[in-house]
Design a protein around this ligand. Structure first.
Ligand SMILES: O=c1ccn([C@@H]2O[C@H](COP(=O)(O)OP(=O)(O)O[C@H]3O[C@H](CO)[C@@H](O)[C@H](O)[C@H]3O)[C@@H](O)[C@H]2O)c(=O)[nH]1
Length: 455
């Protein structure tokens, strides 16, 4: 008699934002390849965007069950209001996910055997515990960011912040000499909005950390090669990254907007190591004067550039005659195939907001970064790039908070001529690949996690 074993079935719950969905999709693709069934839960709006941006005929991706739940918000406009989306994540989504689990596990289909939730969706981990389902947390940000979160009680005790997360003085925090530093003013919960939003996000972080402590796995999209000190400080963090599915499967998944692939052909026509790639993730918004400064800097650099300007930003006015003047050497797209761009030999450097995914994608390919952080963990990531790994330069604002064309131009020039920096970036790339290669620690951790899911 043959006993049929049920397939392990993992429900993946990302925080509903682009920089969270993409790495969890990357991890899902790896799990699917191992014969694990994946149900991937998005909000309705994100689900529709991902579906319509999916490339046709993608075999592996079509094996992920994409399902949606409501976030209870009425419109995209409402979602963009500060605090609205994170409020909905707490108020509406838990009940919907619970219903979904009950529906799947009450039916004839394969039962959910594990919940894999974004570390910032602590309630999904609590829910899995309540339902007696195994669970794992995934952090799409750096291990250093997690360690800062885990250090909150110490920061309160030492009088660095009050119990609402408000800094009691302006000072730099650096947990060890090989860890990045961040000013108290730029702590992740401090630089995301007004005081009410700050308090809300801070309390959410504190709660999520409690939920996270109860999981069997605290996975992080990082590696010993990138962040050995942070991982040593908090041994509960299991690094499995950098997860870059594009390397393994030839495509990236989970994009909210269709990728403009035509820019790859344009890149093919450029000289090796000549192009400045410019992209600021999915959240960054520029003021019109700041946008114009960047335009002038790119124009005056006299180098080819590929710039992601999302449709909303393209409403910002380009300087008069700019488009005509740069037409021969500048390319603007609405959403790029970023992972493919950063492995392209024509790309020389990346002007980036330093989202963790963009940072990983850049350093894993030996591309030097010009750091232009905007909010959240991006200041910490900038410190990694510039102070710890030394594979990039920071763009510094003037007294009015503006990053001037002169500053951008000067740093572009420096990054192109600094052979030592470029050489460090190439060496760092090799080092990072040790962790993800056969026998590397990230690779081994991933294998152990897969075995645990299957056990
Ligand atoms: O034209 C583009 C632009 C971006 N991307 C991809 O979109 C992702 C963007 O992620 P990230 O660089 O992390 O930026 P955000 O979307 O801003 O990510 C949010 O989530 C990250 C992970 O928690 C945080 O580090 C960031 O601060 C936060 O803003 C990356 O995989 C990019 O490859 C594209 O494919 N095409």
């Amino acid at each position: 008699m043959t006993i049929m074993m049920a397939r392990p079935h993992v429900m993946v719950v990302p925080y509903p934002a682009q920089g969270h969905v993409i790495p969890l999709m990357d991890l899902s693709l790896i799990l699917v390849k191992q014969g694990i069934k994946i149900t991937f839960v998005n909000t309705k709006e994100n689900h529709d965007r991902i579906k319509s941006a999916l490339p046709c005929g993608d075999g592996l991706l079509s094996q992920i069950y994409l399902v949606w739940i409501s976030d209870g918000l009425e419109s995209s406009e409402e979602r963009k209001k500060p605090g609205k989306s994170s409020g909905a994540v707490l108020k509406v989504m838990p009940e919907k996910v619970e219903e979904l689990i009950e529906c799947i596990n009450g039916s004839e289909s394969e039962k959910i055997t594990c919940v894999l939730a974004d570390q910032s969706i602590g309630w999904a981990l609590d829910l899995a515990e309540k339902k007696g389902i195994r669970r794992a947390a995934f952090c799409p940000a750096s291990a250093a960011q997690l360690v800062l979160g885990l250090s909150i009680p110490k920061f309160i005790h030492n009088g660095i912040i009050d119990k609402d997360g408000t800094p009691l003085e302006k000072k730099g925090i650096q947990l060890s000499p090989t860890m990045p530093s961040v000013s108290t003013e730029k702590l992740v919960w401090v630089c995301v909005g007004n005081k009410t939003i700050q308090r809300h996000i801070f309390q959410l972080m504190v709660k999520n950390i409690e939920s996270m402590k109860k999981t069997e796995w605290l996975l992080c999209n990082s590696s010993h090669e990138l962040e050995s000190e942070a991982i040593t400080m908090a041994p509960e963090i299991i690094p499995i990254g950098p997860l870059l599915s594009c390397d393994q499967f030839g495509h990236s998944a989970g994009n909210f907007w269709p990728q403009d692939l035509s820019c790859l052909k344009w890149l093919d026509q450029q000289s090796p190591n000549s192009v400045i790639y410019v992209a600021f993730g999915s959240f960054t918004k520029f003021s019109p004067p700041q946008f114009q400064e960047l335009c002038f800097a790119l124009e005056l650099s006299n180098r080819p550039f590929l710039w992601v300007v999302q449709p909303e930003e393209s409403k910002l006015a380009y300087p008069e005659g700019f488009v005509e003047r740069v037409v021969e050497r500048g390319r603007v797209v609405g959403w790029s195939p970023q992972k493919k761009i950063l492995i392209h030999p024509s790309v020389a450097c990346f002007i980036s907001h330093c989202g963790w995914n963009s940072t990983l994608e850049s350093v894993s390919n030996g591309i030097p970064v010009l750091c232009w952080p905007y909010f959240a963990d991006q200041f910490l990531n900038k410190s990694y790039v510039c102070d710890i790994w030394k594979v990039g330069l920071g763009l510094e604002p003037n007294e009015s908070g503006m990053i001037t064309q002169g500053e951008i131009q000067s740093k572009i020039h420096q990054i192109f001529i600094d052979e030592q920096l470029k050489s460090r970036a190439r060496d760092f790339k090799e080092k990072i690949h040790i962790g993800t290669g056969q026998g590397g620690l990230s690779n081994k951790n991933l294998d152990s996690f897969i075995s645990w899911i299957k056990s």
